[in-house]
Design a binder for this molecule. Sequence first.
Ligand code: F6R
Length: 586
Amino acid sequence: MKRLEYRGYDSVGITTISGNKLFVKKDKGKIDEVHKKLDLDDLPGSVGIGHTRWATHGVPSLLNAHPHFDCTGQVAVVHNGVIDNFLELRQELAERGHVFNSETDTEVIPHMIEEHLRQGCSLAAALKHVTTRIHGTYAIVAMSTSEPDKIVCTRDGNPLVIGRGMNASYVSSDIPAFLPMTNRIILLLDGEIAIITATEVTIEKLSDGAPVVRDVVKISWTADQAQKGGFPHFMLKEIHEQPDAIRNTLRLRPDVIRRGAELLSDAARIFLLAMGTSGHAAMAARYMFSSLARTVPTFELASDFADIVGRTLTDQDCIVAITQSGETTDTISAVKYARSFGTHVLAITNVVGSSITRLADHVVITQAGPEIGVAATKTFMVQLTSLAQIALALGEMKGVLDADVLQDKRKALEAVPDIVSNVISLQEERARRLAGFYYDAPSLLFLGRGISIATAREGALKLKEIAYNHAEAYSAGESKHGPIALVEPGYPVIFVAPRDETHSKIVGNVMEMKARGASIVSVIDSSDQEIAHLSDHVFAVPSGVPAEFSVMPYVVPLQLFSYYVARRKGYDPDKPRNLAKSVTVL
Ligand code: F6R
């Protein structure tokens, strides 16, 4: 459960079965806090379910913490997702005498199971009946004293994966939870139910009860990758892992990249869909595709794609869905919607077997290894890496660049891991010092031009997410059309200003801000004396990175700055408030 805490951390609970009785410990708070109070390890039995919650229905509280129970206290359920029609179901159940203890949508499930068990159903049959009545997205795990050796689970739209160990079985919403015990996984798909004992896993289709034969898949992630390995936080460890993550992604099989590029070369229109940090990778990709393949895809937030573009989609279009988790509901819903028009889908994700992988014509699995910190860092790097590879392959396919130019770009991409490594080692101390200088700034402005708008946006997002400073990012070109009104003496403005075609224009923007007394921090090429002289503080990046790949090294000082601001303010960068690692609600 500790290894799953990054998915939700406002309350925690565990129920076990022993001697035909359920035992429960749960409360509001992070696992460590609740464990200190209740000793969560001290529960009898070897069959159990647990949950860390990210509140949707009902405030974080003891009563709203999972697991939830039926009236008899014999059935326990944990659930991720949202049951859209729970109010109607709750009312029906209440009319039949059921008593509810929480405000959650989840609690209808154990009460419905209770009714079916009373009618003589097995636990699995009872859960099957429940799925015919509930609408929404869910991953549900249930157990009952009537069948004390098993747990049953089902999913629709929310992740759930089964692990097979030696005389032990596990089920979890994410692989790292059981990685120290096993790396042998069985995927459970939407519309299937699994009946799990210590020694056996049986899967059936919900629709007709047909048995499903599913192979065990061995995954390459190791338990060590999901530990902090001497770093105080996962986020810092993951920032330091970025050079290797890029290197490993550069080793993706060329045919995997080429197939992705082929899908795009056949498309009438290309839409990049993503949310949050993945959206920033998409913004950077627009520049990469424009520069390397003379193609300009449209970037749309997945959450708004159907509303804005939806009605115009055809089977000639292609979507590139970028999602590290592969489970973001906004992105999955947009892709499902587009598929109904026959639109093609290329997915870029870091998680084997995640929901997006089953919706795409072709999948590129990035090689960051497990990312535990809620704020995305190394998964952002590998998204950029694979998008750069696809842009290069598309450029080659279309023959728009000279072979020599392409060759130089490829070589430059190969050099990025070492440059990122250099930035981490030379700029971390400076980031820590500047965090001490700016940590209490109520607001900061991040500016860039061209591809660096994506870098600026990612820098501002990181700071907001984990350090809770207000931060806004703009195109430096746009800054004088409004945001400059915010600037008064001492106001921090962060410039991302590599030496690319935007350089002379951004020098002008730095001067404008300086003339108004802004306190200027810039991320610049190490040879850039001009901006260095105009700035109060600089982060220097080695020369020679082409603009197309500049986001990778230039974002690193901003990741480190946010991390150290969060620490300076006493926040846990791995568990920012109100955020979860995969956002599986609309
Ligand atoms: C930012 C962050 C989020 C995610 C967003 C999309 O640090 O982690 O903004 O980038 O929720 O998540 P994925 O990539 O899993 O679709």
